[in-house]
Design a protein around this ligand. Structure first.
Ligand SMILES: Cc1cc2nc3c(=O)[nH]c(=O)nc-3n(C[C@H](O)[C@H](O)[C@H](O)COP(=O)(O)OP(=O)(O)OC[C@H]3O[C@@H](n4cnc5c(N)ncnc54)[C@H](O)[C@@H]3O)c2cc1C
Length: 394
């Protein structure tokens, strides 16, 4: 197909998950001509529909904390911007520490959080943590990290609203449009993108393909270190009062088991690697031995959940889009000068999407991010020996 009218948008966004939707909205809000292509039949084909919806400021590195602060700021104006409701609820994140090393790590992280303006991040004694969340067994905890402005939201509401409002502002969205071939010039620049029967000749391409991002990058000649990592969520039957959706996100730092309550059911998350069927990392079959371990954690740690059955029809499996340092990769790789990468958030992609979308739109339209210094997230950081320290608290 030739470059017919409408086939040469200013920016082509590959992927209509929450990141692509946010990029599209921020482009459309500036009046840019944007097209979004997604392989799925409709919104939610990727990881965004499988996220539980946690939001935190409590990271250990300044760039990640700043990303959260910017995202929270965008979420505060989400209704005014898009006319929709992100479903944000400030239930807080409560990280339990069971040894001095964990407490020291939280203190160091808190100094970073305070320096970035997260004034309400605080250390709690075990007694104060017990008063805050009386439903969990704090046996052995030596303290806790708490931030009341952390919370929960509705990933699919954010995705849908960004996308709908981007379309209202002129963005075009194509479903069942899998990008399968890319043409490039001698300098490595993308000149044409093929998806199904259509092709496009954009000035800039944004890769927002979530766990599939490495495949899209490879079509553009870029070696992107993002891989799919399976994560499972166990869901209980409705929980008894007084447990309700106001339950803070509570995390046992020593093994990362954590839970929250959503729509009256506990969502249990123990983010460890489990094999897909036949060892396939893309396979989304539930690994059942993991369920037994999670059940045992819940029984031991949340007395009110003892006797509450798991709802076997409700558990789910999804994919983190994991980067080597578990942090966003945002920027341009020299191998393809007109491809903006917005990938690899490694399980933090929804919470940071309002910021990632803004910064990616600036990179696409202005050639650099202006709202925030995006250099720490640059794709070349791995080769330059400037990757983030791998643990960012969860
Ligand atoms: C169990 C679980 C719990 C999570 N909990 C949280 C949480 O509490 N908080 C949080 O912030 N994050 C959480 N995450 C992570 C979050 O889901 C992701 O970081 C986020 O959804 C990534 O968004 P995305 O738009 O980059 O990717 P996706 O939502 O995966 O969207 C990518 C899109 O790209 C499309 N696509 C792929 N290949 C192509 C192609 N070749 N051509 C066209 N389209 C293509 C796909 O169809 C898909 O729609 C969780 C993830 C899982 C699995």
């Amino acid at each position: 197909m030739g470059a017919a009218a409408g086939q040469a948008p200013e920016v082509l966004v590959v992927g209509a998950g929450v990141v692509g939707a946010s990029v599209a909205w921020h482009l459309a809000a500036r009046g840019a001509d944007a097209v979004v292509l997604d392989a799925g039949a409709g919104p939610g084909a990727g990881s965004t529909a499988r996220a539980t919806g946690g939001f935190r400021h409590q990271f250990a590195t300044a760039p990640n904390v700043r990303l959260s602060v910017l995202a929270r700021e965008r979420l505060r104006r989400f209704a005014d911007d898009t006319g929709g409701d992100a479903g944000f609820r400030a239930v807080g994140y409560l990280f339990l520490a069971h040894d001095a090393a964990a407490l020291a790590a939280f203190r160091a992280a808190r100094a970073v959080q305070h320096a970035c303006g997260v004034a309400d991040a605080a250390e709690l004694t075990p007694e104060a943590a017990a008063a805050l969340n009386p439903h969990v067994d704090l046996d052995g905890a030596v303290g806790a990290a708490w931030c009341p402005s952390d919370g929960t939201f509705r990933p699919m509401q954010i995705l849908r609203r960004y996308l709908d409002d981007a379309e209202r502002r002129g963005a075009r969205v194509r479903w069942e449009a899998r990008v399968s071939r890319v043409e490039r010039d001698a300098g490595g620049r993308v000149t044409r993108v093929h998806a199904g029967a259509e092709s496009w000749a954009p000035r800039v391409v944004v890769n927002a393909a979530g766990p599939w991002a490495a495949g899209v990058a490879a079509l553009c000649g870029v070696d992107l270190p993002v891989r799919p990592v399976r994560r499972q969520i166990a869901v209980t039957a409705p929980v008894p009062a007084p447990l309700d959706d106001g339950f803070p996100m509570t995390i046992w730092t020593r093994d990362a088991f954590h839970l929250r309550v959503r729509d009256g059911r506990a969502l249990l998350n123990w983010p460890v690697d489990t094999p897909g069927a036949g060892g396939d990392p893309w396979d989304l079959t539930l690994h059942r031995p993991w369920l037994d371990a999670v059940r045992a954690f819940a029984d031991a740690r949340v007395p009110a959940l003892r006797g509450v059955p798991l709802d076997d029809a409700a558990h789910w499996v999804g994919l983190y889009e994991m980067s080597p340092d578990k942090t966003l990769i945002l920027g341009v790789d020299p191998a393809c000068p007109n491809l903006v990468l917005a990938n690899g958030s490694s399980g933090h992609g929804v919470m940071h999407a309002p910021a990632t979308g803004l910064l990616a739109s600036e990179l696409a339209l202005d050639g650099r991010a202006t709202t925030l210094d995006a250099r720490p997230f640059r794709p070349t950081r791995f080769a330059e020996g400037e990757a983030f320290p791998v643990s960012d608290l969860l």
